[in-house]
Design a protein around this ligand. Structure first.
Ligand code: EPU
Length: 422
């Protein structure tokens, strides 16, 4: 197993290219099963979750050619709409096969994904949605087993205790595009990744209106076609580099990135005193003055993304004053708190809120990442800590950040990957 070693205290500067969005690529790759024709997906990030997705497609019987950032999928030979526990257990995102497999085969069996380290991950909204479309759903031996002779369009309210669901909306959209008649999804997720999936489906021939709004209307069609499509940039990866620049008093330019996808984060960072400018499609991030404490609440899009909560916490650890971070999507997503505290941060948990008292300095330490975004937060903390920080369990980062070490090295960070021999 590898670890990442960071020698803190170096300012980062230069240009970084943002990879394609993991969370758009996953449902779009699942959606290729909606047609028997070949799809070519470009700008797919080279991260472990994508490699898992390719394995799943192959296990279903699809022919997949994966080269660089392009994935070509031919699902004409898929015979079995069954996703085994072995594959699903490594990646919760594989639940997004439920909708498209059901739409194409009238049957789908997907292993129940269970919880994960960031808290419970229920799928009641996914099940409610496909039941509303007419599917019969049973939970058997750890699998969600869905059957439908015909899916019929209907009005579906898709909100839960924590608001809309990203993959829930995606799943229902993918099932409804081939259903008979009109489906209206109310309280649909508005995340850019859902819009990207919708645009992909539209390019395939689906009839969808209202993408990016809480009400999506889908008029079912008989058949979808194979297309070539390019994935949007990863706003969470972009946000991570933006924070890295702000934390190290850096000067980083993100190439070809549309800041509109990060409205709430931009707003908070400006409030804290970070300078962010967009010019000719590039985003320049500098920190020229002392930052001030801010309070942040994560919310569904266009609110502050939960996937940037841990990284924002790392930043606020070194900002004078008291900041409060409230997690409204995953109230237990605070596994990074104890590790940041080991590095000298002062964070107290109070229910779904973290109270961060900014400290002058963090101190490098061996730390252990517990999930993808928590790992990113520890790397950020390591960039500004005194001495060396060793982040172990790097496989979490590999799931969602393409070449993180290489990209930070290019920006001048003293960071390397090593074998962890402990
Ligand atoms: N929820 C329910 N019932 C459901 C589904 C969700 O109550 O049936 C709850 C969840 O427990 C959570 C909230 O609704 O409290 C939102 O969950 P959502 O369904 O939107 O999450 P997801 O679609 O499973 C995606 C991303 C996550 C990201 C969330 C929220 C992918 C593959 N994953 O998950 O990304 O945190 O949306 O934005 O798209 C990550 O990349 O690190 C990551 C965890």
């Amino acid at each position: 197993m590898d670890k990442i070693v960071i020698q803190g205290g170096n300012r980062i500067e230069g240009i970084v290219e943002v990879s394609g969005a993991k969370n758009a690529s996953l449902p779009i790759l699942a959606a290729t099963t909606l047609t028997k024709e070949k799809c070519v997906i470009k700008n797919v990030p080279q991260v472990a979750d994508i490699f898992t997705m390719v394995k799943i497609l192959k296990s279903l019987g699809a022919k997949v050619q994966h080269s660089g950032h392009t994935v070509e999928v031919d699902t004409s030979n898929i015979k079995t709409p069954v996703l085994s526990y072995k594959l699903v257990s490594t990646m919760r995102g594989s639940i997004c096969f439920l909708g498209p497999l059901l739409a194409r085969f009238g049957r789908a069996e997907v292993s129940f994904p269970g919880g994960c380290v960031i808290g419970p991950r229920p799928i009641d909204l996914h099940i409610k949605g496909i039941r509303s479309l007419g599917a019969e759903v049973r939970l058997e031996h750890g699998y969600v087993v869905a059957n439908a002779k015909e899916l019929k369009g209907t009005r579906i309210y898709l909100g839960g205790a924590y608001g809309s669901s990203v993959l829930g909306t995606g799943n229902i959209m993918m099932a409804a595009v081939l259903a008979k008649g009109k489906t209206i999804i109310e309280n649909a997720a508005c995340e850019p990744e859902v819009v990207d999936l919708g645009n992909f489906l539209k390019k395939m021939g689906a009839k969808i209106e209202g993408l990016g709004s809480p009400s999506i209307e889908i008029e079912g069609v008989k058949k979808l076609s194979g297309v070539t499509y390019s994935i949007i940039p990863d706003r969470i990866e972009a946000g991570t580099y933006i924070m890295a620049s702000a934390m190290t008093k850096g000067d980083v330019t993100l190439k070809n990135f549309n800041l509109n996808m990060l409205g709430a984060m931009q707003d908070k960072l400006r409030e804290a005193g970070v300078s962010i400018h967009e010019k000719n499609g590039h985003v320049r991030v500098r920190r020229e003055k002392v930052l001030k404490a801010v309070s942040v609440t994560t919310l569904p899009y266009p609110g502050f993304p939960t996937d940037l909560q841990a990284q924002m916490m790392a930043l606020l650890c070194i900002v004078p004053g008291i900041s409060v971070i409230t997690e409204k999507i995953y109230p237990e997503r605070f596994m990074h708190v104890s590790e940041l505290n080991r590095m000298g941060a002062s964070i107290m948990l109070e229910g779904p809120s973290a109270i961060v008292s900014g400290t002058k300095r963090l101190s490098g330490a061996p730390v252990m990442a517990s999930d993808l975004r928590a790992s990113a937060a520890l790397v950020l903390a390591g960039l500004v800590a005194e001495g060396d920080t060793e982040v172990s369990r790097v496989y979490h980062l590999d799931r969602g950040y393409e070449n993180l070490v290489g990209k930070l090295q290019n920006l001048g960070a003293k960071i390397r990957r090593e074998k962890d021999i402990r």
